[in-house]
Structures are given as C-alpha cells and as structure tokens.
Design a protein around this ligand. Structure first.
Ligand SMILES: [Zn+2]
Ligand SMILES: [Zn+2]
Length: 300
C-alpha cells in the first residue's frame, strides 16, 4: 500500500500546492480522500490510471474538497472508464452531483453511485472497513479511517517441510487458510502459519478544530494525516475557521498514539511551510510535511 498526495494545500491553490486530495493505493484498488480541483491532472501525472476499482470519500462540501469531482468524472468518461465509481460524502453530496449532471452537459460513460453517509462504519469489505466521524468545522465534516482487518500469519516453510508438505499448490491453500490432507492426516493452517499480523490503520482528518472525535478516529493509526492549516501564532484564526495548528496536530497524534503524522491542508499564506514541521516535530518527532506528488509507502 502507498499514499499518494495529489494536493496538499487548503482553501486556495498556490504555485506549489494544489487543493486537497490523497489517494491510498492498495494493490490495484484506489481509495481517494477528497477531490480538490484538478485532482484528475495529478492522478494522470502520478500514473494512477482511470479505470481502476476506485472509491472517493469526500470530507465536506467546501469547494476546495469537492470541486474536483465534476472534472474527474468528465476525464474518466473521455478516457473510457467503464467500471462503476462510488462516491461517499456528507449531506449535500447527492444534490451537488445531481445539479452538476443537470446543468453541465456531458455524457457520463460509467455507472456512478453516490452515497450520502453519516458517522459510523460506512463501508465493509472483506479485508478492511472505513469508519467516519463527525469533526468540528462549522459545517458537517467527516474524518475517515481506513482500517485493515488482521492478516493471516506468515507462512513458515520449515514447518511445512517438517510436516512433509510438498512445495506448490498445497502451500498456497494453507496460506489462504484452508485445511489440507496429507496421506491420511490433516494439516491445519495454524500448524504452518505464524501469529496473525496486525493490519494498518490510516486516518484522514482535515478541516477541524482539535476534538475528541478526531482523537478517537486517529487512535493507534499507522499513519495519521491531519489538518495543519496554520502555525501556533495564528491559533485564534484556526479556531475562527474550524482548523488546527501544527502544534495541535502533533498533540492529537500524541494523544491518539499514532505511529506517524503527515501534516496537510497547508494554508496558502506559507510559501515556506518548514516552520510548521518544526513546530509539530518538537511535540511529535515522527512527523512529515506533505508535498504535492509525495508518495509514502505504508507498513503496518
Ligand atoms: Zn479545506
Ligand atoms: Zn473546509
């Protein structure tokens, strides 16, 4: 898995930062969090492909997070997407997309499913689920966590050898959790697999004042992506607009016992955002400052 940061600015694009959009690539599948303007251009530059299994999660209906959707749909149609695309978002998402489809003439060439969601588990898959929580931004705003379920333990070839299981398809079946027969006896997966491995948790929390819900959603995350609109000297402004400072981002990461912190949604006032990283790192050392087109591998 890897995270690809398509846009890392906030409110307004600058020459260095586009508007919010992050893609979690999980094998062939793409999970996009927010879709700022021109996200499809960044997707093309990152060579992510437009006909993959993909889902988009929109945090809230502010323009910097949602206005990239119409362009993304058009580009996907022009490029011949056929697969269905699922979009999840808060109240207003269905109305917005309906209004665009009604007033902007173009032919949608793929099935689009739009889901209006509320806090809670919004999607369950075999290997992961997505949880949403209500943030504090003055308008309905959701934070998201991608939570991978426990994975089977590592296959131990020595143990398989000791049980005289020949290398090949039988190994594969055991790895997939099947019990197999060797002669007259049975071999169960736990005889050849190590202990179950913890999955990753990746939280995307932006456009919020620090709040309990953010800490809970970020709890024990492998990677926490968090609102870092301002530095501490602009704390009052952060409160007025429902955002967080670098210091507050670090405190949330620490309280939530996150493994790593990625600072994003950087205000256009910062031509050099290094001071934001300095501020956060003093409290939470394992922090990085997101930049457009940055790629970050995710290891549990
Ligand atoms: Zn924003
Ligand atoms: Zn906002």
């Amino acid at each position: 898995m890897e995270l690809i940061f398509l846009g890392t600015g906030g409110a307004m694009p600058t020459k260095d930062r586009g508007l919010p959009s992050v893609v979690l690539r999980r094998g062939p599948e793409l999970l996009m969090f927010d879709c700022g303007e021109c996200s499809q251009r960044q997707m093309a530059a990152a060579k992510l492909g437009f006909n993959r299994r993909m889902r988009v999660f929109i945090s809230h209906m502010h323009g910097d997070h949602v206005l990239g959707l119409p362009g993304l749909f058009q580009s996907m149609s022009f490029l011949g997407r056929e697969r269905k695309l699922d979009v999840y978002g808060p109240e207003g998402i269905v109305e917005f997309i309906e209004a665009v489809n009604r007033t902007v003439p173009f032919k949608m060439r793929f099935p689009l499913w739009v889901h209006q969601v509320e806090a809670g588990i919004i999607l369950k898959e075999k290997e992961y689920y997505i949880e949403a929580a209500d943030l504090e931004h003055g308008t309905p705003c959701l934070g998201f966590a991608f939570v991978e379920k426990k994975k089977p333990g590592r296959f131990d070839p020595a143990k398989a050898g000791a049980l005289k299981i020949p290398e090949g398809p039988l190994w594969k079946r055991l790895q997939l959790g099947e019990t197999i027969a060797i002669g007259r006896s049975q071999v169960t997966p736990d005889q050849v697999l190590g202990p179950p491995r913890k999955g990753s948790k990746i939280a995307y929390i932006t456009d919020t004042s620090p709040c309990k819900a953010a800490i809970e959603l970020a709890r024990n995350s492998t990677v926490l992506m968090y609102d870092c609109t301002f530095d501490s000297s602009k704390e009052e402004k952060a409160r007025d607009y429902g955002h967080s400072t670098a210091k507050e981002a670090a405190i949330i990461a620490k309280k939530a016992r996150a493994k790593s912190l990625v600072l994003l949604h950087i205000s256009a006032v910062y031509e050099d955002a290094a001071p934001l990283l300095d501020e956060a790192s003093r409290i939470f050392p394992n922090a990085v400052l997101a930049s457009d087109m940055m790629r970050l591998p995710v290891n549990p």
